[in-house]
Design a protein around this ligand. Structure first.
Ligand code: B12
Length: 222
């Protein structure tokens, strides 16, 4: 299994889409855990590409191809992810903060929540604060979940909470935040209700948020 995972990691890192598809199909057929393929294969490669980008050893095209490989990988793995209880648990509006086009992590979170009993309204990328609020109101959502990978877009998470407070709507929704640069400290600082480090953990976080009351401490799953 470790062999498959390291080969998948290398293929995503190298941007070899055909090889990624071939290896992931073989690994799934051999019973390798789809979550391990996503995390230890795909995410591990993207983290390496991100580090290379920081060190000017990789550039935008490499990130784009890596992202495409990851999307193929997720598409193949998603039908094999195991859900828990399927009874309806609540409604979640999710999207990427304004200015942010990184949707791989957000989509993984949306998938995990959907296969574990949540109705998910996915607003996609670059979502203006208004749209989160208007959709959550119209849908009667329980949770608004915002993803941000850019330090320049994470500010809009704070804007969302400030706007809800000013409009007297803060207590209508639990706010969950996550994504690369986001940690529990930031979530606490802006007054969010929940944070989880991974998509898998977002289900436990959402389950806890459904019984969370205004003023309760931040729910953290790391
Ligand atoms: C792939 C990639 C891209 C692709 C994105 C493709 C796509 N469709 O998503 C492309 C090429 C488009 C891209 C563009 C850019 N990128 Co980019 N990109 C990456 C890269 C390599 C991987 C991101 C990724 O998908 N990771 C894998 C996923 C699964 O992880 P994740 O998103 O963190 O999600 C997990 C958790 O965080 C959590 N989670 C995520 N969201 C949420 C939400 C909630 C509510 C919860 C509870 C949990 C949760 O669950 C997920 C699964 O476990 C990262 C490097 C890195 N290490 O992350 C850089 C990175 C994010 N990019 C970066 C930059 C700078 C850019 C650009 C500005 C580059 C440029 N000069 O144009 C543009 C910006 C575009 C824009 N406006 O958004 C920087 C950001 C630096 C910063 N701190 O602001 C990074 C960190 C690279 C680096 N090291 O410098 N990028």
């Amino acid at each position: 299994m470790a062999d498959y995972l390291s080969q998948i990691e290398e293929a995503v890192y190298d941007g070899d889409e055909d090889l990624v598809v071939e290896l992931v199909e073989k690994a799934l057929a051999d019973g390798v855990d789809p979550e391990a393929i996503i995390q230890d294969g795909g995410v591990a490669a993207l983290n390496r590409l991100g580090d290379d980008f920081n060190n000017m050893m990789a550039f935008l095209p490499e990130l784009m191809i890596g992202g495409e490989c990851m999307k193929h990988l997720i598409q193949l793995c998603s039908p094999h992810l195991k859900g828990g209880k399927s009874a309806f648990k609540g409604k979640i509006v999710i999207g990427c903060a304004k200015g942010d086009l990184h949707d791989i992590g957000k989509s993984l979170v949306a998938t995990q929540l959907a296969i574990n009993g949540y109705e998910v309204v996915d607003l996609g990328t670059d979502v203006p604060t208004n749209k989160f609020i208007d959709t959550a109101m119209a849908e009667g959502a329980d949770i608004i979940a915002v993803s941000s990978l850019l330090t320049t877009s994470q500010y809009y998470m704070e804007e969302l909470i400030t706007r809800l407070t000013h409009e007297g709507k803060r207590d209508k929704f639990r706010i969950a935040v996550g994504g690369g640069p986001i940690g529990p400290e930031y979530a606490e600082k802006i007054g969010a209700d929940g944070y989880s480090r991974t998509a898998g953990l977002s289900v436990k976080m959402a389950d806890r948020l459904m019984v969370h009351k205004p003023g309760d401490p931040l729910v953290v799953e790391v």
